[in-house]
Design a protein around this ligand. Structure first.
Ligand code: SF4
Ligand code: SF4
Length: 507
């Protein structure tokens, strides 16, 4: 991929014709004085971009995807999901207070955070696979920066008009009309940004009660802080910084180069068909020239302000709006669509006769990603479907390590933590396997017997103190293995935790 820097964009990138010397490749000798060179700015000032509205299948798909994504993002915290009494009924909730993550019927406990890790790995591998097949489709369609920028541009267009009107308005002197349009745009931007920040915090608390408390001034301070931060970042990233986030701040454009190859489909200007470009009058012959009439509609439509005809560029987010723009022109001039299209370098080389093979869906890179994705998905599925409703955690006392009793026997203390992941109260039987003569007692329940039973409420963690005592004749080594097992009396589901018994022998 050519990584043309923003500073080296085509001079005609915003629809202006390029100077003649650039077109014919005249080289100038730099006669800039030394002190002037020292005064050069480190960063190039941002050139405003005025993307023109286009119509076509890619634009339509992007509108649908944008509406769907926003609906999901703003609406999800309000979706209810019935659970056991005392549990939150919010379908998607990151409950820091209760230390749980709820996602519809799934409930993740803190000790099951590896499920989240697995999901992140699946998401990363899916992104690698899609990128190796279709280039930066994540950037072009699904990235929040793209979606919110698209929404903010739509608001801008509503208040200030399409590309040419916006350019004229920005050049015009301040007037009541200009002030009203700019003010209207920024107010709606701020409202959207606030709704975005407000929706974010609803994922961390019961949405209806938090929303009410928020407007009554009774929500926790963190709610106001995070809503404020998200409001500010949404407003500045989507409203003010836009394409600069993708070009300068996001690492993905640099990383994704490692996932693409010659056969990756990317938005491509088919230069072999378009060149030599130039204006064309109706009725003129197409012989000896290309299909590009140099109308620059592809440039005007580009939200990144680049000219796709300059080749692959770091800034291109593969949004395909230039395809829609150019296809509309091709229809008008009665030439075949697809002068700009999703295509690969391999396909281009094949068309030019420089290679025998075009793009293959199945190639080593995509097979590797697909196999890795399938493997991780299967592991996750198996792990999740065999997920136990009970967890056992046994912690041996360290201070003191052991206690020697008057009859020569030795006692160790343990904290037994039983996690009941059921929505109903459960009874658990504890058995401890170890050397012969082992005896068990439960703190606070002297009559519990050798296999004590414990009751744990629905969706709760039960903590119990247990003493294990070994007679003098069983103390054959400094430490001896023990196995704690709890079984749910209703279902016989078991959880096992091996541990050690410290005898003090040899100390
Ligand atoms: S829209 Fe198509 S015809 Fe017009 S300049 Fe771009 S590539 Fe050429
Ligand atoms: S060049 Fe085309 S695909 Fe790339 S960002 Fe611009 S409009 Fe989107």
């Amino acid at each position: 991929m050519t990584t043309q820097s923003p500073a080296s964009r085509s001079p005609g990138a915003q629809g202006e014709p390029a100077p003649q010397e650039a077109a014919v490749g005249v080289h100038r000798i730099d006669v800039t004085p030394v002190n002037a060179a020292a005064n050069r700015k480190l960063y190039k000032a941002r050139e405003p971009i005025y993307p023109k509205l286009v119509h076509g299948p890619f634009r339509a798909f992007k509108w649908v995807f944008l509406a769907f994504s926003l609906l999901v993002y703003y609406g999800l915290p309000w979706v209810r999901w019935p659970r056991a009494v005392g549990e939150p009924d919010q379908a998607v909730l990151v409950d820091f207070e209760g230390r749980r993550f709820y996602f519809f019927f799934i409930e993740i406990w803190p000790q099951e955070v590896y499920y989240i890790t697995g999901l992140l790995i699946i998401a990363a591998l899916s992104l690698f696979l899609v990128t190796s097949l279709f280039g930066r489709v994540w950037c072009g369609y699904a990235c929040p920066q793209t979606i919110w920028t698209d929404l903010f541009i739509a608001v801008e267009r509503f208040f200030e008009g399409d590309r040419n009107q916006r350019m004229r308005l920005d050049k015009a002197k301040w007037s009541p009309n200009k002030l009203a349009r700019k003010l209207g745009k920024h107010i709606v931007w701020l409202l959207i940004a606030f709704a975005t920040g407000g929706a974010w915090i609803l994922y961390f608390h019961d949405a209806p009660s938090l929303a009410r408390d928020f407007f009554l001034g009774q929500a926790p301070a963190t709610a106001y802080i995070f809503a404020g931060i998200l409001t500010f970042t949404t407003y500045s990233l989507a409203g003010m910084m836009r394409e600069q986030v993708c070009t300068y701040m996001c690492p993905w454009p640099r990383i994704q180069g490692a996932m693409t190859d010659n056969e990756t489909l990317e938005v491509t200007y088919r230069a072999e068909r378009g060149e030599p470009r130039g204006p064309h009058r109706r009725g003129e012959s197409w012989d000896g020239r290309g299909d590009c009439i140099d109308c620059k509609q592809c440039v005007a439509a580009c939200p990144m302000g680049i000219d796709i005809r300059d080749g692959d560029q770091l800034e291109c987010i593969n949004c395909a709006l230039c395809i829609d723009a150019c296809d509309a022109i091709m229809v008008k001039i009665e030439r075949p669509k697809g002068l700009i299209a999703y295509d690969s370098r391999a396909n281009t080389q094949k068309r030019l006769g420089a290679a025998k093979r075009g793009t293959r869906i199945l190639r080593p890179r995509t097979i590797y990603y697909a196999v890795a994705l399938a493997l991780v998905s299967v592991v996750m599925l198996v792990a999740f479907s065999s997920r136990s409703t009970i967890d056992l955690n046994v912690l041996r006392d360290r201070n003191p390590n052991y206690v020697q009793l008057s009859d020569g026997s030795v006692r160790n203390g343990y904290t037994v933590k039983i996690i009941n992941k059921n929505n109903t109260e459960q009874t658990y039987r504890l058995t401890i396997d170890g050397p012969a003569g082992l005896s068990v007692s439960v703190v606070g329940a002297p009559d519990a017997g050798p296999e004590p039973e414990f009751t744990v409420g629905p969706d709760q963690v039960g903590r119990f103190r247990v003493y294990v005592t070994l007679p003098r004749e069983a103390l054959t080594a400094a430490s001896l293995p023990l196995t704690f097992t709890v079984s749910e009396t209703a279902t016989q589901t078991e959880a096992v935790n091996p541990t050690m018994f410290q005898t003090g022998v040899g100390q």
